[in-house]
Design a protein around this ligand. Structure first.
Ligand SMILES: NC(=O)c1ccc[n+]([C@@H]2O[C@H](COP(=O)([O-])OP(=O)(O)OC[C@H]3O[C@@H](n4cnc5c(N)ncnc54)[C@H](O)[C@@H]3O)[C@@H](O)[C@H]2O)c1
Ligand SMILES: N[C@H](C(=O)O)[C@H](O)COP(=O)(O)O
Length: 330
């Protein structure tokens, strides 16, 4: 049976580089069979534009993978797609790719999903008040009725998980509660064990404020919330540090002692990681009832159809998803 050995790749925003990087997978040495979810004509046209001669065929779970062939689960675009130009009318298509990948996992057709980049802005332009879309992470959590998930990126020899994800900076401090830290740290701890095979994970907690609050003189979240919660978590057997100053935490002296950093917010942790590994890192959603990884970059509308987009991150995302599948308790 091929079925549960297949990884579904959602091709993402059709005007962006999603199709380009999916086409690049053909001929790569991948650890498993992959099927791309997307519009077949879009993929054919993009292949032509890029001068790639790739055999694009309709996905059939019982067919063996073939050389120079991309298996595609055809999902039609809703409207025209001009390369590099966002068309809000295609937003339901982008969402359908995610829904189909998720239902394929639930039915046992796919072992995991890997997502190519989407454009959150255009999805919100289309759906308006009907649905607020802040990212794959939050959407997949909602759709799978998962109360808490964690965004973690890996690259450049580090893993960086986030306490808060796509949240305006103004709202970050209020969102950091003892309950949130406990929930997130527990998910990071458990998923590092179960999905990454790390038996005794060590987590470094970054403070929210400059110099981790400078003993309460530069903010009180560290003393009042983060430190007592970290102590409580340690009593429960989770190896997490007290909040450390984020500006000096990302150096080998600390990083070499740990399996993951838990950053307080998106742009505290991710710029460091992306500086070290942009285009080769991977975004992993922890805490979901299924495996989902993604690229570390966005839609790069400026590069779509030019042949200049790098696909290393997509390849890594497939490899990491597959490794996670292998690590799942049997
Ligand atoms: N996994 C995802 O779905 C994901 C991740 C990050 C950003 N985004 C979304 O993408 C959209 C655009 O975001 P942005 O402009 O901040 O970031 P971006 O990553 O699309 O582009 C930033 C810069 O990096 C370059 N770049 C990006 N990917 C590249 C690649 N594979 N190879 C070579 N160069 C590459 C782009 O040309 C651009 O100069 C936003 O809507 C954002 O939310 C989605
Ligand atoms: N925060 C992610 C990053 O910077 O790479 C990106 O926006 C993707 O997030 P989702 O996987 O939730 O779409």
């Amino acid at each position: 049976m091929l079925q549960n050995k297949i990884i579904a790749i959602t091709s993402g925003e059709p005007a962006g580089i999603g199709a380009d990087i999916c086409l690049d997978l053909v001929g790569m040495d991948l650890p498993c069979h992959v099927v791309v979810l997307g519009d077949m004509d879009l993929l054919q046209n993009r292949a032509k534009m890029l001068g790639k001669s790739v055999n694009i065929r309709e996905f059939d779970a019982f067919r063996q993978p073939e050389n120079n062939t991309l298996d595609v689960l055809h999902i039609p675009l809703r409207d025209v797609c001009e390369v590099g130009k966002l068309n809000p009318q295609n937003s339901p298509y982008v969402i359908e790719l995610l829904d189909k990948a998720m239902s394929g996992i639930q039915s046992g057709d796919f072992a995991a999903m890997v997502t190519a980049p989407i454009h959150k802005g255009v999805i919100n332009d289309y759906f308006g008040a009907k649905m607020y879309f802040s990212g794959h992470t939050e959407y997949l959590a909602e759709q799978s009725n998962t109360k808490q998930v964690v965004m973690m990126l890996a690259g450049g020899g580090m893993r960086v998980a986030l306490l808060t994800t796509h949240l305006p900076l103004r709202e970050v401090a209020d969102a950091i509660t003892a309950e949130l830290i406990e929930n997130i740290a527990e998910i990071v701890h458990t998923d590092l064990q179960n999905k990454f095979g790390i038996s005794s994970p060590k987590i470094l907690l970054a403070g929210l404020n400059p110099h981790a609050g400078e003993n309460g003189h530069l903010g009180h979240e560290e003393l009042e919330i983060m430190q007592p919660t970290a102590a409580k978590l340690r009593q429960r057997g989770i190896q997490i540090s007290d909040p450390l100053p984020a500006d000096t935490l990302f150096q080998p002296f600390y990083l070499d002692t740990a399996d993951a950093v838990l950053a307080a917010y998106h742009d505290q942790g991710l710029p460091v990681l992306k500086h070290a590994s942009f285009g080769g890192g991977v975004n992993i959603t922890l805490g979901l009832p299924f495996i989902r990884t993604s690229v570390d970059h966005g839609t790069a509308l400026d590069l779509a159809g030019t042949g200049k987009a790098h696909s290393g991150s997509l390849k890594t995302a497939v490899e990491v998803a597959w490794e996670m599948v292998q690590n799942l308790p049997k």
